[in-house]
Ligand binder design. Sequence first.
Ligand SMILES: [Zn+2]
Ligand SMILES: [Zn+2]
Length: 202
Amino acid sequence: MILECIPNGMFESNCYVLGVNGEGAIIDAGVDVTQVRKIVDDNKLKVKYIILTHGHIDHICELDELKSAVGGSAAIHEDDAEFLTNPVFNCSFVFGSNRIFKPADITLKDGDILELGGTKLEIIHTPGHTPGGMCIKVGGIVFTGDTLFRCSIGRTDLPGGNKHNIITSIKDKLFVLPDETLVYPGHNDASTIGFEKRNNII
Ligand SMILES: [Zn+2]
Ligand SMILES: [Zn+2]
């Protein structure tokens, strides 16, 4: 398995390139496309999905360019699907650019499975930061978007945010995973579920 993190997206968002048996998935689309394309080309990946952990602008701003450059189906949770076409929800209006994107090719819900090179990508709906925030579990790894960070959690003061829901999502959906599960968040450094259970502010 190939896993690379490109950490210099809009507002320092992370983009992950995951490769399994020649098939690729990009997780979040906030980084410069040339960086993603280089990893895809170097590893000869056929991109199957561009998976969005949620619909905020710092995770979707390069979505259309990325899709043109490397291909793949854009996938987002059904409860954040409207963020792609609503600048208030995706928060681009705050920064003076009302950004609208093409609708997703695939909408997902809790428990859905995407298949990548014979490996399962499990969708875990974790509302709170946004209504359709989701995490993606791949074996002993979980990509947590802006739900769970190293030693902190996502903000809940943006449209559709809900503090009670994010805490419930983390405790009931993420902290039940094995302690050794690697956590790859939407910003900042990686962690593990066990470390966060002991040290997170939640
Ligand atoms: Zn966000
Ligand atoms: Zn973010």
